[in-house]
Design a protein around this ligand. Sequence first.
Ligand SMILES: Nc1ncnc2c1ncn2[C@@H]1O[C@H](COP(=O)(O)OP(=O)(O)OP(=O)(O)O)[C@@H](O)[C@H]1O
Length: 402
Amino acid sequence: MAADDLTARDLMMAAADLTAPQTWYPSARAMRRRVVYHCGPTNSGKTHNALASFSAAKSGVYCSPLRLLAMEIFDKVNATGVSCSLRTGQEVKEVAFASHLACTIEMVSTEEIYEVAVVDEVQMMADPVRGSAWTRALLGLRAEEIHLCGDDSVLSVIRKICADTGDDLLVHQYERFKPLVVEENTLRGYFQNIRSGDWVVAFSRKKIFEIKLAIETYTHHKCCVIYGALPPETRRQQAELFNQEHNEYDVLVATDAVGMGLNLNIRRVVFYTLIKYDGEKTASVPASLVKQIAGRAGRRGSAYPHGLATTFKYDLCYLTRCLEEPLEEAEKVGLFPTFEQLEMFASQFPELTFNNLLNKLCDTCRIDDTYFICQHDNMKKVADMLEGVHGLSLKSRYGFCL
Ligand SMILES: Nc1ncnc2c1ncn2[C@@H]1O[C@H](COP(=O)(O)OP(=O)(O)OP(=O)(O)O)[C@@H](O)[C@H]1O
């Protein structure tokens, strides 16, 4: 092998080395951070306690898994007199002189310095698609104190990561305020069995509107509707309308866009189906997501502090099993190369398209046992669409695809 080939190969191997990701964030490593893990089931007060530290701090960032939840926290925190801005992929609201920020996890900066950061639903680190956003936050946040809220499925991995980063870790265990009860029967396929305070969960916009139409045709209830593609303001209005007591809009029909962390006036969660299409195939909704969604019923402080769950017609046994089963412990969490790593790799393959570059890096990279590379099919779709756009820098392509 020629010496030049050897050098090129060495450079490629160096660029594809994604081991020790804790070293990717030297500014965070220069700090001694205190990590507090609020660990427990849904509706147990984890976020409430983390937010108390957030609000009391001189500066803070709250990282949400969902846009609607970022908005809920933005509204809640501002209402208590703490100036807080909002940043999601869809909207930015700058509040003058705000010391605090509520954002979706993908939007959080690893440059800015905060006294307190809150990372909500941290078990999402193990999500095959979005997990890397939580991992990046945990590894890279520049905050003296980081509050993680989540279930115990990632506790061992978080212990390991904190040992790697050298951060102090304190774990607080929580219990659910009130048990969640699975009803003995389904709705037997009749919309007439819908009651005030029900959230009917479906996983496509088409189904959402079919269900709304059926409920409003066969019953006296009116439905609020929420799904991912709705504009932010409409979603907020629909959530508020449903939360207001004493109006006729007393049933929510929504996708899992409201499935995590949110505090709505839900008495009973009714799964229209427990099968979800993931863009390629249909599969049973994973137990961890079922627990999250069902956990929206019976929130403390809501109009219905006793939560119920059932299904529309089928899958009641599956629902019961999901809620009874202990969570599966995650062995690995998501990771994705940073722009700088991709850029270094790209310098070895100037002829490759962005898509092929991503594929090659993800196929050849080396990573530690604690991590997996997140699926990036959506990124690839966007990269394909941008292929014909000339003159875009690598950085812009990476930014658009994220
Ligand atoms: N000490 C408290 N005093 C008053 N209300 C509380 C207290 N703790 C929690 N709550 C209220 O109970 C509800 C659920 O709490 P919280 O959102 O913190 O739960 P969680 O454990 O983070 O749930 P999830 O995992 O489902 O997001 C919220 O409306 C919250 O404001």
